[in-house]
Design a protein around this ligand. Sequence first.
Ligand code: DGJ
Length: 732
Amino acid sequence: MSIIYYPDHQVFKLDTNQTTYAFRVDEYGYLEQLHFGGRISDGAEAAALGFRLFRSFCPYPDGGTPLLSRDHMAQEYSTHAVGDYRTAAAIVRTADGVNSTDLKYVSHRIYSGKKPLPGLPASFATPESPAETLEIVLIDAVSQVEFILSYSVFACCDVIARSVRVVNRSPRPVYLEKVMSCCLALPNRPLDLITLDGSYARERHVTRAALRQGTQSVGSRRTSSSHQHNPAFMLADRTATEESGEAWGVCLVYSGSFLCEVELDQFNRSRSCAGIHPEDFEWELPPGGEFQAPEALLAYSDGGLSKLSHHFHDVLRRNLCRRQWSGRKRPVLVNNWEATYFDFNAEKLLNIAAAAAELGIEMMVLDDGWFGKRDDDRSSLGDWFVNAAKIGELGELVGRINALGIKFGLWFEPEMISENSELFRLHPEWVLTAPGRVRSLGRHQLVLNMAEPAVVDYLFAAISRILASANIEYVKWDMNRQPAEMYSPSLPPERQKELGHRYVLGVYELHRRLLEAFPELLIEGCSGGGGRFDAGMLYYAPQIWTSDNTDAIERLKIQAGTSLFYPASSLGAHVSACPNHQTGRMTPLETRGNVALAGTFGYEMDLATLNEAEREIVRRQLDDFHRFHPIIANGDLYRLTDPFGNCDYTAWEFVSKDGSEALLFYVVAHHYAHEEPRLFRLRGLQPERRYRVVESGLVLYGDTLMNAGLPMPEVPGDGASWHFQLKLVDKA
Ligand code: DGJ
């Protein structure tokens, strides 16, 4: 049993293998958070953990005691009612204009398994990684608005999935101004906030800063999770490192506008909320209506950031990515984008495919430019029919590529429309625009109103027609700009703020329908690179193009940052040509391969132009990929260096779950003259067992490797890299 209720103290204790999350119903019927950290065995004792102190200027309920002010209590799901001035997890406005939502406990139930969230991606239980769920019903007695808080415990992943459903039990509509997916209170202690921030081609760089009193937040108002900030964050002890200290993490399963906010209050206690960004959100809930907020995944580590990452990697791999693909090896692909951009024909594509097939690459992906009249980025988005003048008949092209022994994948940008397109001429009303306002363009294109069922129907029919017309086994789903004019003629003026979330629901619905029709299809998410890299998309698309930046040295940061939450099996990573198209940097082909091996692995170059020596390196890389795949895709990742603190060299390690094998990668971006070779201390090995380094034959005990380290070779110059495979040599 992962979830225990202690009726005498009204305490709920949720246990994963290594953590306990506890809260209780307090004297007034409010939920009070008690503990999220290491395991505690007696839940009843947790009842003693709440503070009962008098605090000036903290209001308390009339007739109640000042010792129990909501303004200093650790609320399980906060609202502003009865004077809590800190950030609210939920704000509901009633028809009479009052927004003081006073949520009190009504009932609960515990059941085995986990229910899907209607219309939304969410984690799910499996026989190998089961879940148990607690649902708590809270009600605001005056407005008759009910909140159902759900907690699903994935014991073996050390993760708790939380979500919130709102039901209007009153005879009048109510207006949801804010419904966050979770609220987390941590006691008074010095904490750092860690977020993933950046820009186009510079996504998910790690920002770590001391939490200070007041509110700190990251978010997106772009109707997509964005290049700029990621819907996930960690709180860590100031002294926590990759390998030690306590840390907490929240990862939102959502792909639209979001807010992650942490408020450090007057008593230095933190309250964190994550959910749909309230700024451009309001939802009218009619009598009897229900609203489902997205899910948030929560985890705790007493072993630093690496261990926290492992919890998230485990749950995303086992319980979130579509089962068809979660543990499955993905085909090594070659994508033609950087090889040709828009300038290709069937012959060029077949040449790349033939060179790829000869090397042992498993799939050719045809990127942008195969449809409508698209020879540049000014036209044809929405016209999902083949440009036969450019590439001939698609079935024939795919047949010829399959005949080479490789699979075929195709690029789409479903949510977009070009003004110069058949679709725009037929349906200008499907574009997101605000009446009388200037319309914004991004990459010359406009955005379809994905909240409109007719748009989703059209896209489903058009994309399905193409997918059914040839043997297409993979889709790259791109999104090269974000919506700006959020107005829909189908919604009344007072409900326009529902549009952002409805857009995201439309995107999810299109994914769902396509995958229902083509269950084996592998979708790779993309948004101008990594502009929509989030757990919501991973539910449908188990791999996401991490960044348009394919430079191996820049990728060290992007991939390390992304790996804080997301597993290597979800990171689209390709070897591309040099000079690199984004940075102009020259990097050895071996190093480009070593860096791409920390992701789904593929190529993004004209393989037909490689000389024999380069082709030999590619063959070796493919061999490495196949040998290393189980440990990279299913093992634990340890970031041995911090590429944000030290850009000169980076090392990381994958270890199999049983500690029997490890793989160390080492990349030197900047080499200094007369430099001492380095030693790296490995992690996650069995201390008393011996390991052989496959590349050198060196045999060392696990404790030597972990406490003393593995010596690295002399560095020949900038951009050099190595990998070392370590295997147990003796039996236990
Ligand atoms: C942006 C993507 O990130 C690229 O990989 C490529 O697919 C282009 N769009 C095509 O327009």
